[in-house]
Design a protein around this ligand. Structure first.
Ligand code: TTJ
Length: 691
């Protein structure tokens, strides 16, 4: 193992600590609880760097009862020798000079962490005191203090009590120990948050596989309890909680364990987590300084959200950036190639887009690099564009090599299938949106031609008649009140949507016209508030075909415009079967029982007119019997009726011949065979006659 010589002369000297006290925010972001923890991370990062470079494998963080915090590692120990230029020890240099530290020298460390890389001296500057011990055969010790100098009228901060002392005490330990007390004068709060600390240490343990990180909390935590005092007032009483047990984080699987942790409580799509690193042994000493290191782990879940956690030099890039773009592009390329080569994407299919491969993706991506630029609201967005291409390439190469690895074929099949599913869904929804958009575009209606649209624009007044057959449609057009009544003739039977997808439904011209005419969208995008008609009336004959058409339309409304039914805007128009009349008297009858009653009422000299079908009525007859609000008979469709409609279709069209024969025999009058008409409220329409 060729260890580079590293001594105090390697440290570069920059500036003094007063600047930090004057403007703490410039160095640690804020003096709130976040800034407080920042000065702990500055210390922890040094031990993490030592571990990441292979020199330490155990770090202990202690939150002491007095409010101080300490960090210890079993690394090489901070430099104890003299820096000849600065005339001080390496330890003193690191804690008293800004930006001084081996970590800025890529000769000794391949990459450095550090949130903003301000270094341990910032922690010293913002601490009431700080103590260091270095274990290198003997124990070295040094203490720094901050105090207000009354004669100079200023804060003196991080001042050494004495130069670094070699105590001469022999030790078997190796490493560094730093304990410090955050300065109450500086911070709004000096209370460490256990959850913040433990969460970050756990994260660091995931990111640095095999490194054991212990957290010891020696403080007493309290719970506040309301108690009633003697005078009847309620006061808060502090109740001590049991001490926190020490915790130890160590993950030999690193990012793979991280992904499993993120997927806890979810269902994984496959059992092998995909893992790749551009560095075979991440702990190669001083590995390839200056080059970007990329590592990732992927395991999809059956969910549809993405959880991608990305890190740059161990800092979580919540806002993403160029490395995430590269990651997505690399993944997209490999999954597209795989899907094409394995028949998941057919020649006619367009390739997946990034959104398709994000669904259910759980991944951790880490990048280690120099000269990091953080951008964004919270400075957690990687702003180095040069990172995109190498990440994309690493991900593409890494995944390509994983495809041929044993046991991974099924994994990629699952990923490709999941992407295909997402893509199909996306395409379907886009088609629906397009239709909905076209439908709200009035000009489109003129293209349709078949619809005889009313001239009025008030949905409360307007009625849409869906009429069976061109001939009845023609008659209805003559009979209608042009201002309020629209006629849409249906040629033959409309598509039975029950077993069809939304997309197939949209490809049907007849239904497309209907969707456009109603103008309120379709399926998920349907908005009943936008309907052009508050009465949509199905007019079909009282025979088997008419019943079938009616049921198909109801099924369509139930499936794709359910709110229209719920709002009570869907009706069935009931043409009568008979008219019983005499001079100045006439009664319509809708079945044979009603016919008998009508005959009795009209009495001697009655005549009977029998209607065969809508198409055979004159415009005047159609107006009187089915279109004139004063005399017509409408049935308001309920949601139960609409949902029952598909069962009727099955009865009529299914292959159970016996059942059908019996059904038809029992229900000779097709106006009543629906099975649902019986249930609905037979509602005489109370509208005024139009003039
Ligand atoms: C770098 O290589 C030569 C010997 O010194 C090495 C070094 O600086 N190691 C090191 C520093 N390990 N741990 C630290 C460290 C630990 C804490 C807790 C705080 C600080 C400022 C540094």
């Amino acid at each position: 193992m060729s260890e580079k010589s590293y001594n105090a002369n390697d440290l570069k000297i920059l500036e003094g600590l007063e600047a930090v006290r004057v403007r703490p925010g410039m160095y640690i972001g804020s003096t709130g609880v976040k800034g407080l923890h920042h000065i702990l991370w500055e210390i922890v990062d040094n031990s993490i760097d030592e571990a990441a470079n292979g020199y330490a494998d155990h770090i202990t963080v202690t939150l002491h009862a007095d409010g101080s915090a300490s960090v210890e590692d079993n690394g090489r120990g901070m430099p104890t020798d003299m820096n000849t230029k600065a005339h001080m020890s390496g330890v003193e240099l690191i804690f008293t000079k800004l930006h001084a530290g081996g970590k800025f020298d890529s000769e000794n460390y391949a990459f450095s962490g550090g949130l903003h890389g301000v270094g341990a001296s910032v922690t010293n500057a913002l601490s009431a005191w700080l103590k260091v011990e270095v274990y290198r055969k003997t124990v070295f010790r040094m203490t720094f203090k901050s105090y207000y100098d009354k004669s100079k009228k200023k804060w003196m901060c991080g001042v050494p009590e004495a130069p670094l002392e070699d105590t001469g005490v022999k030790t078997d330990k190796k490493g560094t120990y730093v304990r410090f007390m955050p300065e109450k004068e500086v911070f709004e709060t000096v209370e460490w948050n256990y959850d913040t600390v433990s969460k970050r240490l756990k994260e660091l343990a995931f990111l640095n596989k095999g490194v054991r990180i212990d957290l010891i909390d020696e403080r007493t935590h309290y719970r506040e309890e309301e108690v009633t005092a003697d005078d009847g007032d309620t006061v808060l009483k502090k109740v001590a909680l049991p001490k926190k047990e020490p915790v130890s984080y160590k993950y030999d699987g690193g990012l793979v364990d991280f992904v499993s942790y993120l997927n806890e409580g979810k269902t994984a799509l496959y059992s092998n987590t995909l893992y790749y690193s551009t560095v075979k042994d991440i702990k190669v000493k001083g590995a390839e300084a200056g080059k970007i290191k990329i590592e990732f782990a992927i395991c999809h879940t059956k969910d549809d959200e993405e959880s991608l956690y990305s890190f740059v030099n161990n800092i979580c890039t919540v806002e993403g950036g160029y490395h995430e773009t590269g990651f997505h592009n690399g993944l997209l390329k490999v999954i597209n190639d795989y899907a094409k080569n394995n028949g998941v994407l057919k020649a006619k299919d367009s390739p997946f887009i990034v959104d398709d491969i994000k669904e259910g993706l759980t991944a951790v991506l880490t990048v280690k690099m120099n000269n990091v630029e953080f951008e964004g609201q919270t400075k957690t967005k990687l702003g180095n564009p040069e990172v995109k291409a190498p990440v994309e390439q690493a991900v593409a190469e890494g995944l390509a090599s994983l495809i041929s690895a044993r046991g991974n074929k099924g994994v990629f099949d699952e990923i490709a299938k999941k992407a295909k599913f997402a893509a199909d869904d996306r395409i379907k929804h886009r088609a629906e949106r397009d239709i909905a958009k076209a439908a709200s575009d009035t000009d489109d209606l003129n293209l349709i031609g078949k619809l005889a649209a009313c001239s009025g624009k008030n949905p409360d007044m307007n009625e849409l008649f869906i009429v069976e057959g061109d001939s009845a449609g023609g008659t209805a057009k003559q009979a209608r009140v042009r201002q309020y009544q629209s006629i849409l003739p249906l040629r033959g039977k409309p598509l039975n949507v029950q077993k069809k997808s939304a997309l197939q439904t949209l490809q049907n011209e007849e239904l497309k016209t209907l969707i456009s005419a109603i103008g309120a969208g379709f399926n998920n995008s349907f908005d009943v508030e936008k309907t052009r008609y508050k009465k949509v009336i199905i007019l079909s004959d009282a025979d088997q075909d008419g019943l079938h058409i009616r049921c198909i339309l109801l099924t369509f409304f139930f499936k794709y415009m359910r709110d229209l039914v719920k709002a009570g805007y869907v009706y069935i128009g009931m043409p009568p079967l008979y008219k019983v009349y005499k001079k100045d008297m006439e009664i319509y009858a809708y079945d044979d029982t009603e016919l008998d009653e009508a005959i009795k009422k009209v009495g001697k000299g009655y005549q009977i007119q029998r209607y065969k079908g809508l198409g055979e009525m004159s415009a005047e007859q159609l107006w009187d019997t089915t279109m004139n609000p004063a005399t017509r008979n409408l049935i308001q469709v309920t949601i139960e009726d609409a949902s029952a409609a598909k069962d009727v279709i099955e009865m009529l069209m299914g292959d159970k011949v016996e059942g059908r024969k019996q059904f038809l025999a029992e229900n000779a009058n097709f106006n009543k065979v629906d099975g649902f008409i019986e249930k609905v409220n037979f509602k005489r329409d109370e509208g005024e006659a139009y003039d």
